[in-house]
Ligand binder design. Structure first.
Ligand code: GLN
Length: 449
């Protein structure tokens, strides 16, 4: 414990310095992830005969199918990554090994061969599964139980993620698409190398964080104990929060699919005489997160200090309702197109919708990460985080299926369905927030500051 206290005294911007090591490591990991993702489908569908930058010549349907499965697996393997960390490597080493897999994977994609291509995807799936949940759990381990800075620490970490996500499509996307796909994948690999360097050289700020305790007698004892009633209750609440998370990502991830096509075909993107390219809207989420992350975190801190309800479940319920409003904005666009019989809907609907999605995301996603680190029994800390990411992977896949369904049912029906589901879930959580909170047995109580 003395070690924890001394580590926490080593601060920057009021947070443990280790937070910034994890911040930059994850920033570059996400740069690599989103960079590769930005060009994957484009590379797959580009004609093999293209004179400048030939691709693999797949059909859109084939490419989107691979994209969907990749999105599912890359997060689903988080369960294995978590289990490996809990039982074998500890989180700190898992992040390092995961990073090595990612570097290898990106450079494999840079090689022009189908075997290397599939090997690369496999390495990325393993690498992200090992790195992503475990680096998130490590953020939680920087803070003692009851430390009021934990939620804002996760928001800062989340801003890092999104700085990587804003830069990636611009850099990897540009060089990959315009110059050479393989150069793009290599740049994603170099990004991850930078992340690894930050991590290795910053390890002195992570002493005692993310180590495997397995070999100590105390840990062996802990691992054998059945879960207590309190721990079981907390697991139950976590699984309820996973339901919100899944619905949330199924809605949010419409961005890359249905909303992307909708923006291309049904939105008037001309502003002051310029036509905004459809792909621009793909960076909008991350950009909004970087801009709104700090003010939102500040808002919730103020809110809590005023003594108002500020449990994670409350924020997640609010997030779900705001998400619903984001789809009401899209219903506005669909209404303009169908009922008002405009040829194309005004672009403000899209900006507004993305804005609401991000306000919802910031009320829900970093909050959920933080919540898990407060609630998970120690022996399942990484596994629960891995399960969280697996659930987000399922949400991604569900998003793809909803997008497909819209091809028959029409956009208005799908937008309305998502709006109603998110609203209902959010309202239910708010109605039962007291009961659900009781099941956390004070896990969220913060020390007075
Ligand atoms: N956009 C966030 C990230 O890349 C959340 C992803 C997720 O939870 N599936 O970390």
């Amino acid at each position: 414990m003395a070690e924890v206290v001394s580590r926490q005294e080593d601060t920057m911007l009021g947070h443990p310095k280790g937070l910034f090591v994890l911040f930059f490591t994850e920033l570059w990991e996400r740069f690599s992830y989103y960079g590769m993702r930005a060009i994957l489908v484009l590379y797959l569908t580009q004609a093999t005969t293209d004179a400048v930058n030939p691709g693999l010549g797949w059909t859109s349907k084939e490419a989107l199918a691979l994209y969907g499965w990749y999105g599912l697996f890359v997060y689903f393997t988080g369960i294995f990554g978590g289990a490996i960390a809990d039982n074998w490597l500890g989180q700190k080493k898992s992040v390092l090994v995961g990073g090595i897999f990612i570097v290898a994977g990106q450079f494999a994609l840079a090689v022009e061969s189908m075997t290397a291509f599939y090997a690369g995807l496999f390495l990325l799936v393993c690498g992200v599964g090992l790195l992503k949940p475990n680096i998130s759990t490590m953020v939680g381990s920087l803070y003692k139980k009851g430390d009021a800075r934990r939620d804002s620490g996760f928001t800062i970490f989340y801003i890092g993620i999104n700085i990587g996500a804003v830069l990636a499509p611009l850099i990897v996307g540009y060089f990959g698409e315009v110059v050479d796909w393989h150069l793009g994948f290599s740049l994603a690999g170099f990004g991850m190398i930078l992340g690894q360097l930050v991590y290795v050289f910053g390890r002195k700020h992570l002493v005692g964080v993310g180590d495997l305790l397995k070999h100590s007698a105390e840990h062996a004892h802990l691992m054998k104990q059945p879960l207590t009633k309190i721990e079981r209750d907390r697991m139950a609440v976590m699984f309820i929060s996973f339901l919100i998370v899944m619905v949330f990502w199924a809605a949010y991830e419409q961005a890359g699919g249905l909303m992307n096509l909708y923006a291309r075909d049904k939105i008037d993107r001309v502003v002051f005489g310029f036509e905004i390219p459809t792909s621009f809207f793909q960076s909008l989420h991350a950009l909004y997160v970087v801009i709104l992350g700090a003010p939102m975190a500040y808002f919730w801190v103020r809110w809590r200090k005023k003594g108002k309800e500020s449990s994670s479940l409350f924020k997640m319920g609010v997030g779900s309702i705001i998400m619903s409003l984001g789809f009401v904005a899209l219903m506005g666009a669909a209404y303009d197109v169908s009922v008002s019989a405009l040829d194309k809907a005004p672009v403000y609907w899209l900006f507004l919708s993305y804005l609401l999605h991000v306000v919802a995301e910031l009320s829900l996603s970093p909050v959920a990460l933080s919540f898990i680190t407060k609630l998970a029994p120690m022996k399942y800390a990484s596994l629960m985080m891995g399960t969280y990411f697996a659930v987000t992977g399922l949400g991604n896949k569900a998003a793809g299926l909803l997008g497909e369904a819209a091809q028959d049912a029409g956009e208005m029906a799908i937008f309305t369905g998502i709006a109603l589901t998110s609203l209902l879930l959010g309202v239910l959580i708010l109605l039962f927030v007291k009961k659900l909170k009781a099941l956390t047995h004070g896990a969220e109580e913060v020390d007075v500051d």
